[in-house]
Design a protein around this ligand. Structure first.
Ligand code: FA5
Length: 340
């Protein structure tokens, strides 16, 4: 018991002698650290004769609480003194300019996506999100590409170690999800999201990139609706005078299939380079939804028809802002990002 009182007195004396915060911290470790004196004193309870144990425990706790409170008070007082010292001694120059607040902004890819959403929202298209990790069935088979279909070669695929599970190579599998959720209601949806392809990275191709898929399903939807929708979209994004051009193409999940180019006047070197001298730039693949796909989505092709398109917003942002290398998007270089 006298050891305890001795410890208390010594600790209080030493606490009083602490002149600054580091000294207080040292004191705290000395008495309250893992192998500190207070803990050791408490551990010593086992050696106290049984009949005195309760009294010892009570006293030990009193000492511990008392010292702990004294430390808290000393630390608070020291902090107050430090502020007081800094206010009276440190020089505070009110004429110094303030530190600027760094202002964040949306990534150029996000900005382009949002512009695209807004344009399609005005035409009554809802945003529908679907998964990035897909199965082979939805990414290929239900889109009319059975195993070993040669068209699968158009999408170099990242497979996972789980058979049949892959990273989606395009947003088109979302067509199946949205159709199965909506059938037999009509659909007007855009499906944005990240896609992954095991491709050679170049100025125009990345291994991860966004796509925005569009899907309209209903009674009597025709190619004229597709053309009108694409034309309205291109005019909103690129300007009222902008013409589009439609070329025939091939996708297993649309029939007929087309590719859409926007006019890009050959006014400078950039335009000539980007359009390979043609004055036209491809912005999307599209077509009328294949009857097999409609059926896989739960719609009777005798009653329903639809159009679908898929575009790459990064490539569109490159056209609009004259970005010459797609790798800039994920490089995280602030000198690039701050320009948008
Ligand atoms: C497709 O992926 C089709 N699913 C599009 C489609 C949807 C057609 C619906 C018909 C109906 P494609 O492989 O061409 O098509 O890709 C579409 C767009 O994605 C391209 O025009 C391009 O803008 C973008 N894209 C494709 N690969 C890359 C890549 N490696 N890096 C950046 N953008 C890419």
């Amino acid at each position: 018991m006298s050891d305890l009182l001795d410890l208390e007195r010594r600790a209080l004396d030493e606490l009083q002698a602490c002149g600054d915060e580091p000294a207080l911290r040292v004191w705290n470790t000395k008495f309250f650290g893992d192998s500190g004196e207070v803990r050791q004193a408490l551990a010593g309870i086992g050696k106290v004769p049984k009949d005195q144990r309760a009294a010892f425990g009570k006293e030990a706790n009193r000492v511990k609480e008392g010292l702990s409170a004294a430390f808290d008070a000393a630390l608070a007082a020291e902090k107050d003194r430090a502020i007081e010292r800094s206010l009276t001694h440190d020089v505070f120059d009110v004429t110094l300019p303030g530190r600027g607040v760094e202002c964040g902004r949306l990534h150029p890819a996000t900005q382009t996506l949002r512009e695209i959403y807004a344009i399609f929202a005005d035409m009554g298209f809802q945003v529908f999100r679907s998964r990035e990790v897909e199965d082979d069935l939805t990414n290929f088979e239900l889109l009319n590409m059975p195993p070993h279909h040669p068209a699968r070669d158009m999408w170099d695929t990242f497979h996972t170690t789980t058979p049949g599970v892959l990273l989606r190579t395009h947003t088109s599998p979302g067509q199946i999800h949205v159709m199965r959720q909506s059938a037999p209601q009509p659909i007007r949806a855009i499906l944005p999201g990240m896609c992954y392809r095991f491709e050679q990275i170049s100025t125009r191709s990345e291994i991860m990139f966004h796509q925005v898929e569009g899907l309209a399903v209903g009674a009597n939807i025709t190619m004229a609706d597709l053309k009108g929708t694409v034309q309205a979209f291109a005019r909103r994004l690129f300007g009222q005078e902008r013409r589009i051009r439609i070329r025939s193409s091939y996708f297993p999940f649309t029939e007929p299939s087309i590719e859409v180019d926007v006019e890009w006047p050959l006014v400078d070197e950039d335009a000539i380079r980007m359009t390979k001298g043609t004055g036209w730039l491809e912005i999307m693949g599209a077509g009328m939804v294949h009857p097999v796909v409609l059926r896989n989505g739960g719609y009777d092709p005798a009653e329903f028809s639809g159009f679908a398109f898929g575009m790459g917003p990064q490539r569109i942002a490159m056209l609009r802002h004259g970005i010459d290398d797609i790798r800039q998007f994920w490089r995280n270089d602030l000198r690039f990002l701050r320009q948008f």
